[in-house]
Design a protein around this ligand. Structure first.
Ligand SMILES: *Cc1c(COP(=O)(O)O)cnc(C)c1O
Length: 456
């Protein structure tokens, strides 16, 4: 097996509290069988999300001490703005406290009843903010991306022929924006090729639709382009990042991903008038445009993180970790989404728990089994997250039933990953003994965060 060489030394550590299987059964029951409701201290390996869970570098902690906390015109804002412009090249950079705050502003500016937003795959908060505005959100993921076992280089791509056909039927005037998510989080952390970014931008230009990038994992996407797309092997990550953004009119970003910080986000755009409107909304929702809901020190940490995320040693370790886990699980016969993506390994719960039908939430059964057996916290991305009721009130399951094991950046070592693989393989061997779940409480939007469930 490959050896992962973590390209850092550890200066500061956080202890992990050990728990027994009996403890964990109790904790899960108290949490209504929803791992979102478990106290983090009772988790051994927390793979709920890679969002805001990065370990910051000594340089970032150092930068935090230099934060300028002035209300307006803080020097930290200009450091942050320079770092973003260097990579993304947009004219206006507007900080927000996290990604969804940026999306809320986009929803408020462009959304509303009768409008449709289009995407390769909307992330849940993006979809939530669009739907909350009264608009609808429609995905056009390439067919390759819908087949969990299929190996292909760019399974996050937009299906541009389908998108164009839809635009013609729906009418471009009803479609204010197209959002390309790189890498595609909901679809398995799969990358989007440069060619596809270019083609999507051409479709949008042709019909006068704003083209935005959901940029959360722009550096991971760039690394895939460098290693998989012809013509990019000798370009630097920075050059590839710049080209990715050169095709877009703007972006929204959760800095909690590829800016290697624990909180932060931003919106970028080129249009002066739209940027002015966005800043006016920002003042009501987040704060003055030179801090946008963040402290000056957070802006400094983002500025530094945006430099570190471009380092190739880091990206090789990062993407290599997913590959390592993927190979180990595949060797043991565990069904996973292939190939492994940028920030997570996705277990194919439909195949893994094939004895549990979609309406009994196989992804929840698997998530809960991993917690009870090994204290591992993953997240279901399946029918609890995306299942719906149609007009007649009938249940419509999600297309894929996945369990995402999102790997925090620079936090866990190869030993932790080996332990995790052992637990997954063990659960797989005795998979028949696990049962499905039913929902006993659900909120109207983003129900997976707070749902209560009962074992069947
Ligand atoms: C995390 C994420 C968001 C939302 O960002 P938050 O900082 O969590 O609000 C949006 N889009 C994608 C693709 C994400 O992964």
């Amino acid at each position: 097996m490959t050896r992962i060489f973590e390209p850092f030394r550890i200066k500061s550590v956080e202890p992990i509290k050990f728990t027994t299987k009996t403890d964990r059964e109790k904790y899960l029951k108290e949490a209504h069988n929803n791992v979102f409701l478990i106290r983090a201290k009772n988790v051994l390996i927390d793979l709920l999300t890679d969002s805001g869970t990065s370990a910051m570098s000594a340089q970032q902690w150092g930068a935090i001490m230099t934060g300028d906390e002035s209300y307006a015109g803080a020097e930290s804002f200009y450091h942050f703005e320079d770092a973003v412009k260097n990579i993304m090249g947009f004219k206006h950079v507007i900080p927000t406290h996290q990604g969804r705050a940026a999306e809320k502003i986009v929803g408020a500016l462009f959304g509303g009843k009768g409008k449709t937003f289009v995407s390769n795959s909307f992330f849940d908060t993006t979809r939530g903010n669009i739907e909350y505005s009264g608009a609808e959100a429609v995905d056009f993921l390439t067919d390759e991306g819908k087949q969990p076992a299929l190996i292909a280089d760019f399974k996050g791509n937009m299906n541009n022929p389908a998108l164009e056909k839809y635009i013609q039927e729906r009418g471009a005037e009803n479609i204010p924006m197209c959002v390309l998510t790189i890498t595609n989080n909901s679809g398995g952390g799969q990358p989007v090729s440069m060619q596809n970014i270019r083609e999507t931008s051409e479709v949008c230009k042709k019909y006068g639709i704003l083209f935005f990038i959901d940029a959360c994992r722009f550096a991971e996407n760039a690394y895939f382009i460098k290693t998989r797309e012809k013509g990019y092997e000798n370009k630097s990550i920075l050059e590839i990042c710049r080209e990715q953004f050169s095709y877009a009119d703007g972006c929204t970003m959760s800095a909690k991903k590829d800016a290697l910080v624990n909180i932060g986000g931003f919106i970028c755009m080129n249009d002066d008038k739209l940027a002015m409107e966005a800043k006016n909304l920002l003042i009501i929702m987040e704060g003055f445009p030179t801090y946008g809901g963040l402290a000056g020190r957070d802006l400094e940490a983002m500025a530094q993180g945006l430099k570190e995320v471009l380092e190739e040693d880091y990206l090789e370790y990062r993407i290599g970790t997913m590959k390592y886990i993927g190979e180990k699980l595949t060797e043991a016969g565990v069904p996973i989404l292939k190939p492994t993506g940028g920030h997570a390994v996705y277990l194919d719960a439909k195949a893994f728990m094939s004895h549990i039908p979609p309406h009994e939430l196989p992804g929840i059964a698997l998530t809960n089994a991993l917690y009870v057996e090994g204290g591992i916290r993953g997240v279901e991305i399946g029918s609890l997250m995306f299942g719906k009721y149609d007009d007649k009130g009938d249940y419509v399951p999600a297309t894929l039933e996945l369990v995402r094991l999102a790997i925090p950046r620079r936090v866990y070592t190869q030993s932790h990953m080996d332990y995790m693989c052992d637990i997954i393989i063990d659960v797989y061997k005795k998979r028949e003994q696990y049962k499905g779940y039913k929902i006993t409480y659900e909120a109207p939007l983003l129900r997976h965060f707070t749902a209560h469930m009962e074992s069947l």
